[in-house]
Design a binder for this molecule. Structure first.
Ligand code: DLL
Length: 436
C-alpha cells in the first residue's frame, strides 16, 4: 500500500530544509516573545540572552526553559502573546493538582491544530469519505474539540459523541457506519467490554481504525484493542499547554510517533542536568512552539518521558519520531532504586492470558520501604471452579514482572469488573504515600 499524506510537502521535507525553516521560525519567536510576554523578557534578561542575537537552532541550549509552574503563576492570561481580541478559544490543562493552566488559541492556531490532527487522521488511513466518532470528552479538555476540528477540516463526517453513555456509543458504532473511533485506550477497552456484555461482537462493527491517546498505553494494550474490534489502533500524543492532540502521531508503520516538527521543535533532555541525552536515550520531552500565536512557549518541559527513534520511517515521512511514551515522570515508580512506569507493568500483564488489562497499581509506605501492589482483574471467562489456581497465577504474574522489570511487587487477582472503569483517562496509579 502506498502511503498517503495530508500535507506531503511539510511531512516529507529534507532535514536541512526543515531545520532552516525551524531556525527562521525560532528567530522570529524569540523576538516576538521578548516584545509581547513580560515573563520571557525577564527570563531572557536573567539568562543573559539578547533575543536579536539568536541566529538558529545552535542557540537553543542558551534559551530559558518554561515549566508548568510558570504557566500556573501566569494564571490566567499573563503568558498570552496575542491580544485577547485575537483569541477565539480557551482551553485549560486537566491538572490533577493545584492551579490549572490556561491556554488560548487564535484563529490561525485553530487552523494549524486542525491541520496537525488531519495529518494524524490521514496517517491512520482516514479519508474525507469516512465517519469519525469522537468519544474524547468535549469541553475544556482538548481531546474532543481537537479531534473534532481536525476531522471536520479533513472533510470527514464527525459524530461528536463525547465520553460517557457507553451503550449509546455502541449503538453508533454498530449502526452508523463509523470507520474511526477516537477516545482514550482505556475507554475503548470499556466500550469493547460493554458491547460484549450486551451480547454484541465488536469485531463485527464496521470500524477500521482507532485514534487512541491522552494516556500512556502499552504495545500489549494495542494488540488487545486491535483484536477486540478487529481494527488498527494508532497512537496520538499531545498536551494542552502545547496543542492538545496532534503534536505527534503514528503512521501505518506503527513504530513511534512522528512529531509535527515544522510547528514543534523537540528536544529530549536529562531531567536532572537539563542537557540533551545521548541519541536514542530516554529523557524528558521539551517542546518549543514555532508557529503558535496565542500562547507560544519556549522549551516547555513536559515531564513526559520518551526517546527519539533515529532510523528513517518506512512511511516516507521525514518528521522525526518519538518512541511510544513511557509515561509522565510524576508517575514513575522508584522501587528499591529501579525506575518503572505503570505502562511497563501493563505490558507484562497483557502477556498473561488469565488476567485482563484492567489493573491498578497501589504504592504505599511502611517505614522507609515502598510497597507496590498490582491489583489486576482475572479474565471474565476464567472458570469459577478454578479459583484454587488464583495463587499460582498471582505467583506467575509476580515472577513475570520481576523477570521483565527487575522489581518485586505484590500481586492480587481481583474479580472481573471490580476495578473502576474510566470514560476518559484511567487512573492506574494510586499513590498512598502522598496522603501521609
Ligand atoms: O491529553 C491531549 C490529548 C487528547 C492527547 C487526546 C491525545 C489525545 P492533557 O489533558 O493536557 O492533554 O494531558 C497531556 O497526557 O503530557 C501525557 O502525559 C499524556 N498523554 C497524552 N497523549 C499521550 C499518549 C491531552 N499518546 C498529558 N501516550 C501528556 C502517553 C499521553 N501519554
Amino acid at each position: 500500500m502506498t502511503e498517503t499524506y495530508y500535507q506531503a510537502h511539510e511531512e516529507c521535507l529534507d532535514r536541512s530544509t526543515l531545520e532552516e525553516l525551524q531556525a527562521r521560525r525560532l528567530r522570529a519567536l524569540v523576538v516576538s516573545l521578548d516584545a509581547t510576554v513580560p515573563f520571557y523578557r525577564q527570563a531572557f534578561k536573567d539568562a543573559g540572552v539578547d533575543p536579536a542575537s539568536v541566529e538558529g537552532l545552535q542557540d537553543l541550549p542558551t534559551l530559558p526553559f518554561t515549566v508548568k509552574n510558570d504557566l500556573r503563576a501566569a494564571y490566567p492570561y499573563k503568558m498570552f502573546s496575542a491580544s485577547m481580541d485575537d483569541i477565539v478559544r480557551i482551553h485549560a490543562s486537566s491538572g490533577t493538582t493545584g492551579q490549572i493552566s490556561v491556554v488560548g488559541y487564535t484563529r490561525a492556531d485553530l487552523e494549524m491544530w486542525a491541520q496537525c490532527v488531519s495529518r494524524a487522521l490521514v496517517a491512520a488511513g482516514a479519508t474525507s469519505h469516512d465517519i469519525l466518532q469522537v468519544s474524547y470528552g468535549y469541553g475544556i479538555f482538548t481531546g474532543g474539540l481537537g479531534l473534532h476540528d481536525g476531522a471536520t477540516y479533513l472533510g470527514m463526517s464527525v459524530i461528536p459523541a463525547s465520553g460517557g453513555n457507553t451503550k449509546r456509543q455502541i449503538q453508533f458504532l454498530r449502526d452508523f457506519g463509523v470507520a474511526g473511533l477516537a477516545c482514550t485506550p482505556s475507554y475503548a477497552l470499556l466500550i469493547a467490554e460493554t458491547a460484549r456484555d450486551m451480547g454484541l461482537d465488536p469485531t463485527t462493527f464496521p470500524l477500521r481504525f482507532g485514534i487512541f491517546g491522552a494516556e500512556a498505553w502499552s504495545v500489549g494494550m494495542r494488540e488487545e484493542l486491535e483484536q477486540a474490534f478487529d481494527i488498527k489502533a494508532y497512537d496520538i500524543y499531545g498536551l494542552s499547554e502545547i496543542l492538545g492532540p496532534g503534536v505527534a502521531f503514528e503512521c501505518s508503520a506503527q513504530q513511534g510517533l512522528h512529531v509535527n516538527e515544522d510547528h514543534f521543535l523537540t528536544e529530549i533532555v536529562d531531567p536532572q542536568t537539563l542537557l540533551p541525552v545521548e541519541e536514542g536515550e530516554y529523557g524528558e520531552i521539551v517542546f518549543t512552539t514555532l508557529t503558535k500565536q496565542g500562547i507560544p512557549l519556549l522549551r516547555y518541559r513536559t515531564r513526559d518521558i520518551s526517546r527519539f527513534i533515529t532510523e528513517p520511517c518506512s512511511c516516507g515521512r521525514t518528521l522525526r519520531r518519538l518512541d511510544r511514551l513511557r509515561g509522565r515522570s510524576d508517575d514513575m515508580l522508584i522501587i528499591r532504586g529501579v525506575n518503572v512506569f505503570p505502562s511497563q507493568i501493563e505490558q507484562v500483564l497483557t502477556g498473561v492470558a488469565e488476567v485482563s488489562t484492567n489493573y491498578q497499581i497501589i504504592v504505599s509506605r511502611t517505614g522507609r520501604m515502598d510497597n507496590v501492589l498490582v491489583k489486576v482483574e482475572i479474565e471474565p471467562d476464567f472458570p469459577a471452579d478454578e479459583i484454587a489456581r488464583f495463587e499460582s497465577i498471582e505467583r506467575q504474574v509476580r515472577a513475570e514482572i520481576e523477570s521483565a522489570l527487575a522489581i518485586s511487587v505484590q500481586v492480587r487477582l481481583v474479580e472481573p469488573k471490580s476495578i473502576a472503569r474510566s470514560e476518559g483517562k484511567a487512573q492506574r496509579l494510586i499513590d498512598e504515600r502522598k496522603e501521609n
